[in-house]
Design a protein around this ligand. Sequence first.
Ligand code: AMP
Ligand code: GLY
Length: 434
Amino acid sequence: MKKKKLLVVGGGGREHAVSWLLSKSALVEKLYFAPGNAGMAKLGECVKIAANDTGSLVQFAREREIDLTFIGPEEPLVMGIVDRFTEAGLRAFGPTKEASRLEGSKVYAKEFMKRHGIPTAQFQVFDSYEEALGALAGNRGRTVVKADGLAYGKGVVVAESPDEARDAIRHMMVEKKFMTSGNRIVIEEFLEGEEVSIIALTDGEIFLPLVPSQDHKRAFDGDRGPNTGGMGAYAPFHFAESGELEKEVYEILSRTVAGLREDGVCYKGVIYCGLILTKSGPRVLEYNCRLGDPEAQAILPLLKDDLLHVLDAVVEGKGLPQSLTWEDGFCVAVMIASGGYPGSYSTGFPIDGIEEAERGGALVLHAGTGLEKGKTVTKGGRVLSVCAKGKTLFEAQKNAYEACSKISFKGAFCRTDIAGRGIDREAQLNLRKG
Ligand code: AMP
Ligand code: GLY
């Protein structure tokens, strides 16, 4: 079979994870990254094109005769990059603009779920500031306020009081903190429970689930502090033995794919259901049209199949295997971040110890790094995803933190309890098994 030239769009830990796996494929001739990062540069060639510069990406793919382009982040997908590639006769992996609305518009996603009987938090939609405020009358507890459109992962506010909810509504609708993304908002009930990320690949007909995973969104240990892009993840997440919950969760995925088809939406690519496991069953918090970050860093190291083969099958809409094959054991991905993140932080600090951590068997994926005079330096809030495997979740966690201890840069911090809740959960499941 002819080997392929691939372009990976994006430059975070998720894209490094995808690129690392693609670099192991026997079917790959050359990898290009736009814009990539210092870690990805070791696997192929980085080109200076931003991930949302669709015109330049199409031109580059045409000139270099790229066989397949993988789109990592949501912004280009929601803007319609896959449609532009297809119009230019090029192959790109990811949902179209129409299909990406599942992530691009919270209102669309909520109405989609309502239409198809998919369990989610109760909600109301507002495009008037006064009416939105009116909805808070008589409400004393926590509520969740969501900007309709993309908002760099910051468009969801879990308000502890009506005052906080009012502030959030004003920021979105009056002060236009997220520009037009906040013209419409969703106000929804607060749900309590453990969160789990269910991600699958679909060609629009069938879906192939990846192993379930769990993200850690808060900045500090014990799930305290502000929300971040994700401070770490582990996979697989195990549902309780009874199997009931797991069945319900996959029923949600199945209804989602079927619902899209019924609506006449051809959805090909990654579909991500962010779920919360409430006492009354699983509920969908959000859909994403791409892999999770940092979930991808915990999931992909466990995948045994040739990733390119699977991506090709999704794009072609035929030849998807019956299921994916996974290594036994667990993977933990710990994010090392810049001091101050998710608030303001400085960049440009040299990073030490990456090779040493890798020599110990860890996989160090770059999230926000660059090269300055040949030295790897910090370039973002989330800097490195340090990934390690183990036969048990406990062992994987231990290996990941051992690797983290070898890495240093000015102001570096990480959570020290990534996968901690999962380890307790595994212990309980094992106890119940006897
Ligand atoms: P989203 O971008 O919709 O996933 O929201 C980001 C985070 O906000 C989620 O991962 C949850 O931790 C939290 N969240 C969103 N919606 C709700 C809800 N209805 N109840 C409780 N927490 C929520
Ligand atoms: N880890 C959450 C996300 O990728 O949206």
